[in-house]
Design a protein around this ligand. Structure first.
Ligand code: NAD
Length: 462
């Protein structure tokens, strides 16, 4: 188990969500240790920003190679520490490698512009910000960390990263791999600790110039208020209650077969989970008939098993909160579960909301729950999809290309997919509308959001 180089803030016992057993304890940083780490990151900044672009690129590629050489180890840590299925965990570690490789091309390509002006030359530079603080939630510990530190480091910033209390292990290991790969001391520091201590200090410490927060909408709002004090730059990736819209002309078999994966992957603890399924009324009954065997076949088992499609939830608290959220719901059917292990299991559950005001329809449960509701026509589908404070992702199933595009343009979400459920590719932008977030991560422009544009005019007058 990777060790925390920090202390002073007590310890946190990490549990294996599959059986509830302790797998080790992680020492947490206190305020003084956090401040010292931020100051070290600040001290490391001038040399990191000044490093030749090709050399920074080489170091990021060597970090990516170190991650690649440890995919199995990182994945195994995520299986025991977070309950992720082994297939997902391998993908997640590979995603960190890919993000690092993708952004390793940025130092040599983060171009400014030359803008025509009279009397001289006008050029722009992308200046790094300084220390960037990244705050990560427990649901995807590795990818969400990488989406922040990959482009932030590439743009010439130094990074302090706080993993979620529940899931610090893979982040600590990534910190060790960065050091082994030659990333200089202080450039990338993983600081395990409490949100109220380490996370808040990223917001209040004047040397932290940007906060990248992924987590719940409520905590995100508090961070936004805190950042206002210093007009600190901020990216927010928050909650979601995403719609999967199935039209009568769709390939219904394909839509029904893919709906469980889209809503139940990572036990539904996914901000992009398609937890609201909207089905055109004329095919509603047929869709529910097709969905039932697909949900029942969704393989819920020991996450280290290669055929596992869903493991446990992250904690007893999270499972109990999801169960409380569906306590009064009309349940259509349930899928598989695992009993008597002491772990935090629950079955995939399909519920029928009584109205759009039903909490199972309107609130993000962050668990393996699919709510299904009919709609009448295109306008009704768009209105129902948009009837939420969130706007992160969504899917549209139809064979009509014009309709697919009209609905995609009408749904207020940052990431939509047609006849599929993909939302996250590291080379395309990711982020939310409305209360799902602020700013975008990933894609070709991410290094811009970790830099300031500086405009310089050079007079050519005698
Ligand atoms: P959370 O908001 O409780 O915690 C997220 C992180 O913030 C943790 O590291 C936590 O320690 C830290 N934190 C808590 N209080 C803080 C404070 N006052 N100041 C600074 N940091 C603080 O969220 P969670 O329960 O870990 O994650 C689940 C939530 O994250 C869900 O709502 C989910 O939708 C959201 N999420 C969003 C995305 C996205 O990309 N939009 C991705 C994953 C998760």
């Amino acid at each position: 188990m990777p060790l925390s180089p920090f202390d002073g803030g007590g310890t946190f016992t990490v549990l294996n969500p599959s059986n509830g057993q302790a797998i080790g304890s992680v020492a947490l940083a206190d305020l003084a240790a956090t401040d010292a780490a931020i100051e070290r990151a600040h001290a490391a900044f001038p040399a990191w920003r000044a490093i030749a672009p090709g050399e920074r690129a080489r170091l990021l590629r060597s970090f990516a190679a170190a991650v690649d050489a440890h995919i199995d180890e990182l994945a195994a840590l995520e299986v025991i520490g977070s309950g992720h299925t082994i297939g997902n965990a391998r993908w997640e570690a590979g995603n960190v490698r890919d993000v690092l490789n993708y952004y390793s091309a940025a130092p040599e390509r983060h171009f400014g512009r030359q803008i025509p002006v009279a009397g001289g030359v006008d050029i722009t530079f992308h200046e790094p910000l300084g220390v960037v603080g990244i705050i990560v939630p427990w649901n995807f510990p590795m990818p969400i960390a990488g989406w922040g530190f990959g482009p932030a480091l590439a743009a010439g910033n130094t990074v302090v990263l706080k993993p979620a209390e529940l899931t610090p292990l893979t982040a600590l290991r990534l910190g060790e791999l960065a050091r082994d790969a030659g990333i200089p001391e202080g450039v990338f520091t993983v600081i395990p600790g409490k949100g109220s201590v380490v996370g808040e200090r990223f917001v209040t410490h004047p040397l932290v110039r940007k906060v990248c927060f992924t987590g719940s909408t409520d905590v995100g709002k508090g961070i936004m208020r805190g950042c206002a004090d210093q007009v600190k730059k901020l990216t927010l990736e928050l909650g979601g209650k995403n719609a999967n819209v199935v039209f009568e002309d769709a390939d219904l078999e394909k839509a029904a077969a893919s709906a469980p994966g889209a809503g139940l992957d990572n036990a539904g603890q996914d901000c992009c989970a398609r937890s609201r399924i909207l089905v055109q009324a004329s095919v509603y009954d047929r869709f529910l008939e097709l969905l039932q065997p697909a949900v029942e076949a969704f393989r819920v088992t020991d996450p280290s098993s290669p055929d596992a499609e869903m493991g446990p939830l992250i904690s007893a608290k999270q499972r109990d909160s999801v169960l409380a959220g569906i306590a009064d719901a009309d349940v259509a059917y349930r899928g598989q579960t695992v009993e008597d292990t002491g772990g935090f299991w629950m079955p995939p559950t399909v519920v029928m909301p009584r109205s759009a005001a039903d909490p199972v329809w309107s609130q993000e449960l962050f668990g393996p729950v699919l709510a299904v509701m009919p709609f009448t026509d295109e306008a009704d589908a768009i209105a129902k999809a948009n009837d939420t404070e969130y706007g992160l992702s969504g899917s549209i199933f139809t064979r009509d290309l014009g309709r697919a595009l009209r609905v995609a343009r009408g749904v207020e979400s940052g990431n939509l997919s047609v006849n599929s459920h993909s939302s996250v590719r590291y080379w395309t932008p990711f982020g939310g509308f409305k209360q799902s977030g602020l700013g975008r991560e990933l894609g070709p422009d991410a290094p811009d959001s970790f830099s300031e544009v500086k405009n310089v005019f050079i007079s050519t007058d005698d």
